[in-house]
Design a protein around this ligand. Structure first.
Ligand code: CMP
Length: 136
């Protein structure tokens, strides 16, 4: 059964800095994702704090927000059947050390912080995250 979904993807500062934007987009396209919207931006730490609010009680929250706002990022709306889980599979485990062969984080991730990409973790959060960056 068809289950077309959209999810939010972010190419993080470590990957943009290493000019991996096109390689990562190719990995999405090769898996059948359409990139419906995209923009390269740099956000303030205060915006990163809003985006990652679910993590506000975690010990890594402040560093995480400083990192996401430390340089340009590419935010994208990806679409395909079951896009949320498909994106999470293609990204691989949060920590690149644990990521499987063929995943973006295995190929390009440097560390648990510099793990090259972010993806929405549920359909509900995908809607919230897409609105966060693309609501006009
Ligand atoms: P991301 O998918 O963007 O969502 C939250 C981010 O927090 C995660 O990727 C990691 O890059 C980062 N992070 C840093 N430390 C940790 C940790 N100990 N556990 C989980 N995520 C972490």
């Amino acid at each position: 059964m068809n289950n077309l979904e959209q999810t939010l993807s972010i190419i993080k500062p470590d990957a943009v800095e290493r000019n991996l934007e096109n390689e990562i987009k190719e990995m999405f396209k090769n898996k059948g994702f359409s990139i419906l919207k995209q923009k390269k931006i740099q956000i303030e730490k205060s915006e990163a704090e809003k985006f990652y609010k679910v993590h506000e009680t975690k010990p890594f929250y402040s560093d995480l927000c400083a990192y996401l706002s430390s340089g340009p990022i590419v935010v994208m709306v990806l679409e395909k059947d079951n896009a949320v889980i498909g994106n999470r599979e293609l990204m691989g485990a949060t920590n690149p050390i644990d990521a499987k062969e063929g995943t973006i984080r295995k190929k390009y991730g440097i560390s648990i912080d510099k793990n090259s990409v972010h993806g929405s973790d549920s359909v509900e959060n995908a809607k919230i995250e897409i609105d966060f960056f693309f609501k006009d």
